[in-house]
Design a protein around this ligand. Structure first.
Ligand code: ZN
Length: 253
């Protein structure tokens, strides 16, 4: 069993006592083109967490997956129906409170598996874990996949930055939850060769401003479950590496 919420309270106490590692999946509820569900980032984060936990458990590092954070700062897609955006302060408080509560119960290490890349959202994660570090002395492992070290292990489309609901994310949902991909619509979508990452640097504040009038960028038609499988391997390895490094740091510090 690798999910925390399925434990009983007594089992959770025992797991915490054994020094279990916990992975917190963080996603969003936001528009992902006409072909992917609002929960796309949650699906991706939960699946990469599940696979990372399997790998860590196989190495003898007991790991459990926490219930996901499913609401985040999603101002870029706020003008598309279905997107639910929370304020940055709310996001920081939510992530901080989860980590603090676990820390108070003696959690050995929490690692964050995030797949929503809006800058204000990633900033909310970094602020929360900095607060955790200052107030509890605990490290929260967080591999930020926008950083070159991790981005290098991902696909060309991801590295180009035209990666919202394009081939990168569509492939991941095809691998994890193919039943949720609107396949007929996906196959009808034209490529949107716009780097959302570049547009953000140039000052765009919404997907519409960035030229993504259908809430997607990149090439959904080029997606495949095989690409999704390969990317999940890289994403779960990223979490495994970050956990091993944090445990190492812990044992030295
Ligand atoms: Zn996404």
């Amino acid at each position: 069993m690798t999910t925390f919420p399925n434990l009983t309270s007594k089992e959770a106490r025992e797991a915490l006592g054994r020094g279990v590692v916990m992975i917190l999946p963080i996603g969003s509820t936001e528009a992902h083109g006409p072909h992917l569900p609002l929960a796309t980032d949650v699906i991706i984060s939960e699946e990469m967490s599940r696979r990372a936990a399997e790998k860590l458990n196989a190495q003898g590092i007991e790991t459990l997956v926490l219930p996901a954070v499913t609401y985040s700062v999603t101002d870029f897609s706020a003008d598309f129906p279905g997107t639910i955006s929370i304020k940055k302060g709310t996001a920081v408080a939510l992530i901080y409170d989860i980590c603090r509560s676990l820390s108070e119960q003696g959690a050995r290490l929490v690692a964050i598996a995030n797949s929503h890349l809006e800058p204000e959202h990633v900033a909310s994660i970094n602020e929360a874990i900095e607060r955790v570090r200052q107030e509890t002395g605990k490290v929260v492992a967080f591999p930020d996949k926008r950083k070159r070290r991790w981005a290098e292990t991902l696909t060309q489309e991801f590295k180009r930055g035209d990666c919202h609901a394009g081939s990168y994310e569509t492939s991941l949902v095809m691998a994890a939850r193919p039943d949720l991909v609107r396949e007929d619509i996906r196959l009808s979508l034209e490529r949107v060769p716009i780097s959302i990452a570049e547009k953000i640097k140039e000052g765009a504040r919404t997907f519409t401003e960035a030229g993504g009038s259908d809430a997607y960028f990149g090439d959904p038609r080029a997606a495949s479950p095989e690409e999704g499988e390969a990317t999940f391997e890289a994403l779960s390895d990223m979490i495994v590496t970050a956990v091993l490094e944090a445990l190492e740091e812990h044992s030295q510090g």
